[in-house]
Design a protein around this ligand. Structure first.
Ligand code: SAH
Length: 240
């Protein structure tokens, strides 16, 4: 998350900047860049930040969007309106996927526009991608703080998913391991009289689909094969 920067362009209300700081801190984001804010560090800013003051005090202030994103290799602009200009568009989930991937080595920026008028076409074209939060087509514009909240929540979800996979440290089963399981399963089902070898194809296809969907790891395959051996009544002589 350290390589992800939230950029706010010409924000009018200090209160919204505070709300953005709070949303960011809730979602483990730290880097805030402000392009020509109309107000900053007002009483309202501090009230809405609700303790996320560190993000406000460390925020950088810039004279242009170009300056705020100069060191970023990926720039994504958030827009409430699907413009007529065709530009690569993402939903918040796809955006999180891309930003998390690309920010492991390099800096990425998420750019949010003015409360009343959003981002200009020139600013949107400065972005590699646009992200749009699906909303009521007749009332699609979220409050700035809310928009930052939704986009950064998806980043957080993506981060958690990554952590879960790392924490489990599962050794994935290879195609050959799966074939070994299927041969063993077919034999075991025959041995216990469940499967008629002449009619095994359809059932085996369904079982294979089930096991592929479950994506078992190597340990889980060992357990399954242990069960099959036990059902066959012999632990050692597994027929491959
Ligand atoms: N009326 C403006 C919206 C301004 S809301 C317009 O039509 O563009 C302020 C900023 O919040 C927007 O510039 C955008 O960055 C973000 N935002 C609000 N609603 C959004 C949505 N549905 N999808 C993506 N970004 C949104």
């Amino acid at each position: 998350m350290e390589n992800i920067r939230i950029v706010l362009v010409e924000t009018s209300h200090g209160g919204n900047i505070g709300a953005v700081a709070r949303a960011m801190k809730n979602m483990c984001l730290e880097e805030l860049a402000l392009v020509r804010p109309k107000q900053f560090l007002t009483e309202d800013t501090m009230a809405r930040a609700s303790g996320a003051d560190d993000i406000l005090h460390e925020a950088s202030i810039h004279q242009s969007l170009d300056e705020a994103v100069a060191d970023c290799t990926l720039v994504v602009g958030a827009s409430a309106r699907m413009r007529s200009v065709s530009w690569p568009q993402l939903n918040p989930r796809e955006c999180a996927e891309l930003v998390m991937q690309r920010s492991t080595q390099n800096k990425a920026a998420l750019v949010f526009g003015r409360e009343r008028t959003g981002l200009t076409n020139a600013e949107l074209e400065r972005c590699n991608y646009l992200v749009n939060i699906p909303a009521n087509p007749d009332y699609s514009s979220l409050n700035l703080g809310m928009a930052v909240q939704v986009i950064s929540y998806e980043l957080m979800m993506r981060l958690q998913q990554g952590r879960k996979l790392v924490a489990e440290e599962r050794e994935p089963a290879k195609a050959g391991d799966m074939q070994g399981l299927f041969r063993h399963l077919e034999q075991a089902l025959e041995d216990i009289g469940f499967l008629d070898p002449r009619k095994s194809d359809k059932l085996m296809r369904r079982l294979k689909r089930l096991f592929y969907r479950a994506e078992p790891d190597l340990d889980e395959l060992k357990i399954l094969r242990g069960i099959l051996s036990a059902a066959q009544g012999r632990k050692s002589a597994r027929r491959e």
